[in-house]
Ligand binder design. Structure first.
Ligand code: FUB
Length: 319
């Protein structure tokens, strides 16, 4: 594979105290970042916004990695729509996770089979691929448009979960093979207490809610509690988060994670990871020259959890 260093920061590098230049990828648009730490290396799986696009017409997923959070290696395009014979459009947000030495990259794309968006999964023996469609068909495809943005968590007891959706939030168990569902797909009821606003179809027209789930969920667990980070507030989006003792709920709305700020993008999409003793929030902006709402780029902010494991409010660079 043709890997090359894509960004050599001019910062004086002092361990991981130095911060990367944002956006971290300067050579193309890299949206919807999903971090994964493996063997002491930080991998970031992203989408790819086409230059000059007028919508999220997206055809491939890209991969970057680093061992110092400053110098990033470009691993190219380990996965594209062509990998999935059932998919023909909209290579949208995705996340990769390792289990038993295999790497499972959960994606969403437009399904030729149903005409809606569907969840799929690719598998590889290495974090950089080569990836192939793990099952030759979608993991979940019911013809609806809200099957986007899968996030995956392997719980402390080994049970894996997949969660996704816009504007509804769905979840299911994954079997140990990671490529088949181990439960019915269930919807998480959005309540004012859980997400700052009720389900989309129960919201009163014209009423201002404290917040509302929109899309781009990221599921993680800290201090025994599930944490769901997500894009909120419709257009434009900011990041918010909720917490729960069970994935099925009830969820508790915890507040804004990253204000809308001056990101120059009407969407935001995040993932969080601890790496070499530091915590990082990945998100996207439209700040690369020529970028914007359909030309988004991965950025990262280092942060410290509050003493009780909750998130501080994190601001985008330059805000
Ligand atoms: O990248 C296309 C879509 O935009 C993603 O699926 C959403 O999360 C939003 O970032």
């Amino acid at each position: 594979m043709n890997t090359k260093k894509i960004l050599l920061s001019s910062l004086m590098l002092t361990g991981l105290a130095a911060s990367a230049q944002n956006p971290i990828v300067q050579t193309c648009y890299s949206s919807d970042p999903a971090p994964m730490v493996h063997n002491d290396r930080m991998y970031v799986y992203t989408g790819h916004d086409e230059a000059g696009a007028d919508f999220f017409w997206m055809y491939e997923w890209r991969l970057y990695s680093t061992d110092d959070m400053v110098n990033w290696t470009d691993h190219g395009v380990p996965l594209s729509l062509g990998t999935f014979k059932w998919a023909d459009d909209r290579a949208w947000a995705a996340q990769c996770i390792e289990r038993n030495g295999k790497f499972y990259w959960y994606i969403c794309a437009h399904s030729k089979l149903s005409g809606g968006m569907a969840i799929g999964v690719a598998v590889a023996d290495s974090p950089t691929g080569p990836f192939k469609d793990a099952i030759g068909k979608p993991l979940f495809d019911n013809g609806k448009w809200d099957n986007i943005d899968p996030t995956v968590l392997i719980d402390d007891d080994g049970q894996a979960y997949v969660l996704w959706g816009n504007p509804n939030i769905y979840w299911a168990k994954l079997n140990n093979d990671m490529v088949s569902l181990g439960s019915e797909v269930a919807m998480i009821e959005q309540t004012v207490e859980g997400f700052g606003a009720p389900q989309m179809d129960k919201r009163e027209k014209g009423k201002k809610y404290k917040d509302n789930y929109t899309e781009g969920p990221w599921l993680s667990k800290r201090n025994g509690k599930y944490q769901l980070l997500y894009a909120a507030g419709g257009i434009p989006e900011h990041l918010a988060w909720s917490e729960a003792d069970n994935i099925a709920g009830p969820w508790r709305y915890k507040g804004i994670l990253m204000p809308e700020g001056n990101t120059k993008s009407f969407t935001n999409h995040c993932g969080v990871a601890d790496y070499k003793g530091h915590s990082y929030l990945f998100y996207h902006t439209g700040k690369l020259p020529g970028g914007g709402g359909f030309g988004r780029s991965t950025a990262v902010e280092e942060f410290k959890y509050n003493a009780d494991g909750t998130f501080p409010v994190i601001h985008p660079t330059d805000d």
